[in-house]
Every structure is written in C-alpha cells, then in structure tokens.
Design a protein around this ligand. Structure first.
Ligand code: IPM
Ligand code: MN
Length: 366
C-alpha cells in the first residue's frame, strides 16, 4: 500500500457550532486516513466573526493565502448575533463570499438524500419523501450575490442580478456532467417569466444540452413552482440546476426533507482549490453545548476526500454515518421526543469507529 499520500487541509472552523462540528469531521478524517493509508494535515485559520474579532477583517490575507496553498478547505460556518449590527464588508458572511470568490469555486453541489429507512424523521409524509435523491447544482460566484451596481441610492438601495453567458455555460456543464453519472435528468430553475437574466439562462442551458448532452433530459421550472414541487413530490427531481440566490433558498427548503439541516453537506468546486462545508449555519443558540449534529460536516469531509481522489475512504465515511444513524445514535435535531439523544462528540466518535472498519459493506454514494 502507498503510505506516502498526504493531503493538506485548511481548516476554517468559523463561528457558532462551526468549530465543534468540524472537529468531529477531522476526527473521522483521521480515522479513515490511517485505515486507508494516507495522512491528513489540518491547519487552523480564522474566518468570519472569529477573524473579525482577531484581525478586524472577516477574511484575513493569511487565511486567503493558506487556503490557496492547501489541497482543500474544510469550513464550519460563519456569523452570529455578536456581529449582527455589522454592515457590508464588516459582516462575517462577507468573509465567506470573498473566500468562495478567491478560490473561484463557481459550482456548489448540495446532495439531499432521504433513505427509506430514515424517512420517518422527515416532517413530511414518509411515503412521499422516502427514496428522495436530489443533487442541487447552485451557481456560487455570480448572480445577485456579486452583481454591480450594489449599494445605497439617494432614496433606497439596490442589488443587481447579473449573469454572463460564460458563467451560465460553465455551471450548466457541471449539472449535465453530474446528471450523466446519475439518472440523466436536469431541472433548470429560473424566473424567466419576470427576469431578463433568467431569459438568457433559459436560452443558454438548452443550447448546452443540444450541443454536448443530447441524450440527457432537460426541463425548466419557475422558482416559485419549483419550491412547491420540492415539497409536494421531491422524488421527481434528479439534478436541479439553478443560480446563486434561488439555489440558496431551494437548498435550505430541501434540507427539511430528511428532517434536519444538520445532515446536509456541500462541495464547492470548479476553482483552484475545493471548499467543503455544511449547508447549515452557525446555530449560535446551541453553540458550545456539544449538542449540534456533526453529520453535515462529516459528510462534507467525505466530499472533500472524493475531490482529492480518496474515494474509497469517502465511501467509508458515508458508510460510517449510515451505520451510526441506523444504530440509533441521534443528536437532538433528529431524535423523536421519546428517543434518547447523543452529543456531537459521541456521534462523531461512533461514525469514526464505523468508518474505520476496513470492510464497509454496501457503502452508498450521494
Ligand atoms: C449558504 C449560506 C451563505 C449563502 C451565507 C452565510 C452567506 O446561507 O452557504 O447557503 O447565502 O451562500
Ligand atoms: Mn444558505
């Protein structure tokens, strides 16, 4: 076995529950690394509110440089009440947006799975959500998050939704290529009945399909209808392709399907270095109590391993998560009122133990 492989990770715990959930992700990474013959070196850096407190900026140059020099970035979450009165570039969230832009990670992948066996944890009827398997492909470095002009005017404020054809083309390629490895069906979501930028989106996406992926299915939904459909019949979706703002909203909505935002990982790719972070936020109300669900962070670490080529170890992590959850280890967000709950660190240790099992059986892929 090759014992020389090593991966340097920039670890950005951030704020709120970010540190405690990513600590469990690192624990699990360590466990699978030794079992699979590679090593992981994680170096901690500040971002968000933690960076503001220490340096006066939410994304210090030292963090930027460390991320760009790393093999991958593992991030917790940013923001919290302490910085709620901050505005513009002094907001913790601004640090995260600048990081995404600095890495050039324009494609945000957010898989949402509801295994039949765990459909009972969903707030929706289990017979409607069991078996759901959606991959949201959210454009991440453009759209209204980054459009100009932006700011205050004499009598109000404005933000602008801008997409170039090239930006739409490259994210469409990502969605179609993912669909090729899944069920071959892409739903493109926009607001083309109102927005000019969506009209362009609806021209470019079908052109990319015709030119490069004629065998794949493509349909278009308006975002309001898409939101309703995700709740009404989530199993109709395979890959959902959408812009930055719509993807932000729809992925939180879809995160309710498995019963907790604490389960959903994300990978942001397409740039120099990949960024891996849970979909959930910093949850300041439960921070520091060892009760947060580390699953989203742990599964983000699995996506990180996929991206650096350690796919067997990534599968082992997913196996570990399924094994721990199926064995009844539930943090408070997942437990029914009569069920016993476990702490963040207990669930993390349980996943690590199962993930380090060298012979995972039937490991699923997202
Ligand atoms: C997310 C978050 C971020 C976003 C915030 C914290 C800037 O909600 O990753 O979905 O809107 O992209
Ligand atoms: Mn969000």
């Amino acid at each position: 076995m090759d014992n020389t492989r090593s991966h340097d990770i920039a670890w950005l715990p951030g704020d709120g529950i970010g540190p405690e959930v990513t600590r469990e992700a690192l624990r699990v990474l360590d466990a699978v690394a030794s079992a699979h013959g590679f090593s992981v070196t994680a170096t901690e850096h500040r971002i968000g509110g933690a960076a503001l407190d220490e340096t006066g900026r939410p994304f210090p140059t030292s963090t930027r440089e460390a991320c760009l020099e790393s093999d991958a970035v593992l991030l917790g979450a940013v923001g919290g009440p302490k910085w709620n009165d901050n505005t513009g570039e002094q907001r913790p969230e601004h640090g995260l947006l600048t990081l995404r832009k600095a890495l050039g990670v324009y494609a945000n992948l957010r898989p949402v799975r509801v295994p039949e066996a765990r459909a009972g944890a969903s707030p929706l009827r289990p017979d409607r959500v069991g078996g759901t398997d959606i991959l949201f492909v959210r454009e991440l470095t453009g759209g209204i998050y980054f459009g100009t002009p932006e700011g205050r005017t004499d009598d109000g404020a404005r933000s602008t939704m801008v997409y170039s054809e090239a930006e739409i083309e490259r994210i469409a390629h990502v969605a179609f290529q993912r669909a090729q490895r899944r069920d071959g069906h892409v739903t493109s979501v926009d607001k083309a009945n109102v927005l000019e930028v969506s009209e362009l989106w609806r021209e470019v996406v079908p052109r990319i399909r015709e030119e490069h992926y004629p065998d794949l299915e493509l349909r278009h939904l308006y975002v309001d209808n898409a939101a309703m459909q995700v709740v009404r019949d989530p199993r109709q979706f395979d890959v959902v392709l959408t812009g930055n703002l719509f993807g932000d909203i729809l992925s939180d909505l879809a995160a309710a399907l498995p019963g907790s935002l604490g389960l959903l990982p994300s990978a942001s790719v397409g740039g120099a270095v990949g960024l891996f972070e849970p979909v959930h936020g910093s949850a300041p109300d439960i921070a520091g109590q060892d009760v947060a669900n580390p699953t989203a962070a742990i599964l983000s670490a699995a996506l990180l391993l996929d991206a650096v080529g350690e796919t067997a170890a990534a599968d082992a992590i997913r196996h570990g998560v399924d094994a721990a959850l199926d064995a009844g280890f539930r943090t408070a967000d997942l437990a029914a009122s009569d069920e016993e709950t476990v702490s963040t660190s207990t669930l993390g240790r349980e996943v690590a133990t199962h993930a380090a099992d060298p012979a995972p059986k039937n490991a699923p892929t997202p």
